[in-house]
Design a binder for this molecule. Structure first.
Ligand SMILES: [Ca+2]
Ligand SMILES: [Ca+2]
Length: 117
């Protein structure tokens, strides 16, 4: 092999996470062989990957598959918090209108989802 080429595709599945995260996947050493059995050691490589949280049901903050008073309580506990909050990654699901702050508009949106289920 004399040039960069794709020889292998590896697919990973991340564990379920509640917060977006970054992870590194490294291959320290890889030995490849051609059709004549000649082995070559490929250079190692490290890739950084982002793990995102599936969106699921909008307003379902406790991830039980439905929007209920429990979700409204979670949103209410984050009332007034904004994207500048250090815990925003855990809070932002309550920001239903994605304007960067959890306020009465978000609580009303969750209440509407509860009433319309
Ligand atoms: Ca829920
Ligand atoms: Ca909002």
């Amino acid at each position: 092999m004399t040039q960069d080429s794709k020889v292998l595709t590896v697919t990973f599945q991340a564990k379920t996470v509640s917060v977006e995260a970054m992870a590194q996947v490294s291959v320290d050493k890889a030995v490849v062989a051609d059709q004549q059995g000649k082995e070559l050691t490929a250079q190692g490589s490290t890739k950084t990957i982002g793990i995102t949280v599936p969106q699921g049901v909008p307003g379902d903050l406790n991830h039980d598959g439905k929007v209920t008073i429990g979700d409204l309580a979670i949103a209410a506990s984050s009332y007034g918090k904004s994207a500048s909050d250090p815990n925003w990654q855990q809070i932002k699901a309550a920001d239903l209108n994605r304007d960067g702050v959890v306020d009465i508009a978000d609580l009303a949106a969750i209440a509407t989802l509860i009433l319309n289920r």
